[in-house]
Write a protein that binds this ligand. Structure first.
Ligand SMILES: Nc1nc2c(ncn2[C@@H]2O[C@H](COP(=O)(O)OP(=O)(O)OP(=O)(O)O)[C@@H](O)[C@H]2O)c(=O)[nH]1
Ligand SMILES: [Mg+2]
Length: 363
């Protein structure tokens, strides 16, 4: 799973990427206009894994992980430059939009004054325009094929979805607001639209704005604007980056000084994971406690295939106990079995978030 960080330049994309990944890419007050997209792995924090690790004391603990990508910013009104950004991030499963909400005369803003809602609207507009260009190009090439009588290159189904997309985009609606059937989505998947991807908006606020009425108003306005599969949060990129460089103990002390229960970064990672409709099931033993990432609704045999194709092929059953039941039983498998909380599920069982599973299989 991959999440691309987008936004205008100097909004703090690289700062937040560094905070997320613990990497130390250079940040600067002049805009980056070229270079390679950079990728980093981010563990998805999960208190349940922390607790399972305490119980099983495994040799190894593995969290679910998501890749984050940092690239150059969007430029207002520059469709060509923005198409370049699209080319580098189009395979992402979701977007993380960083919106500048901090004021700092030393960091020039590409659009002049700091105005987060204007930036959010402008960037949404750039996503919409970019997708509209893709739709129109594709419709033109379909028309061309019809004229030339090259029927094999024409899909009526695709054309119908493109027309539906064009209507929405011309009305300045991001595609994530529109309902599509799975077949419709499949017909246009190859175009890899940006405005259709789930999106988390992060307002990068100044430290003193972290718990301020103005920030709350900003979040409310953004939530009003964003429809479909989207969310809005605020954080101080600068603080999060500094925090990420501390040891876990130091972080804890720092946060309790500030009266913060959960670092904003943890919340951001969790919200993004949820937006992707991802859930985790666990395997737990002395060797390893591990969170496995699956899409909501994945069946037990497919989930087994995540671990190894042999387990999927030779699937017999999934011995399953929910995390909550397991903890209720004092973290004892024997107790869970005795109380009948241990279930034997078949191959078509839709795995639930927090299931602890032991797969039985034949090789
Ligand atoms: N005062 C202040 N400065 C910040 C904050 N976050 C980032 N900056 C500064 O803003 C500048 C730009 O930050 P980057 O993280 O490089 O921004 P970016 O979005 O990656 O910019 P491009 O890669 O050029 O598109 C740097 O000088 C950062 O130190 C913040 O919360 N407060
Ligand atoms: Mg950058």
């Amino acid at each position: 799973m991959k999440i691309a960080i987008i936004g205008f330049s100097n909004s703090g994309k690289t700062t937040i990427f560094n905070a997320l990944t613990g990497l130390g890419l250079p940040t600067s007050s002049y805009p980056s206009t070229s270079g390679e997209a950079r990728q980093g792995v981010v563990n998805v924090p999960d208190e349940r894994i922390d607790k399972l690790s305490l119980i099983f004391k495994p040799a190894k603990t593995t969290f679910a992980a998501v890749d984050y990508v940092d690239y150059i910013g969007f430029t207002k009104g520059d469709t060509k430059q923005n198409a370049k950004v699209h080319a580098h991030i189009k395979d992402a499963d979701a977007l993380l939009q960083v919106v500048r909400a901090f004021e700092d005369p030393a960091v020039p803003h590409p659009l002049g004054e700091t105005d987060p809602m204007r930036d959010l609207r402008s960037l949404e507009a750039e996503l919409v325009i970019g997708d509209l260009v893709l739709v129109e190009k594709r419709l033109e090439s379909i028309e061309e094929s019809i004229k030339k009588g090259r029927k094999e290159k024409v899909s009526e189904a695709e054309k119908a979805v493109l027309v539906k997309c064009r209507e929405a985009l011309e009305a300045e609606k991001p595609l994530r607001e529109i309902q599509f059937s799975p077949e419709e989505l499949k017909a246009v998947r190859h175009l890899e639209f940006l405005s259709i991807k789930p999106q988390v908006v992060v307002f990068n606020v100044a430290e003193e704005m972290l718990s301020d009425k103005k920030t709350d108003e900003l979040l409310a306005a953004a939530r009003e604007l964003l429809k479909g599969n989207a969310a809005a949060l605020s954080m101080s990129g600068k603080i999060e980056m500094e925090l990420a460089q501390l040891s876990p103990e130091e972080q804890q002390a720092f946060l309790s000084d500030l009266g913060i229960e959960e670092p904003a970064l943890r919340r951001l990672i969790k919200v993004s994971y949820g937006l992707l409709k991802l859930i985790s099931f666990f395997t737990a033993g002395e060797d390893e406690v591990k969170a496995w990432t699956i899409k909501e609704g994945t069946t037990a045999s497919k989930a087994a295939g995540k671990i190894h194709s042999d387990i999927e092929k030779g699937f017999i059953r999934a011995e399953t106990v929910s995390y909550d039941d397991f903890i209720k039983c004092g973290g004892s498998m024997a107790e869970a079995r005795k109380l009948g909380l241990f279930r034997l599920e078949g191959r078509d069982y839709p795995v639930k978030d927090g299931d602890i599973i032991n797969f039985r299989f034949n090789v």
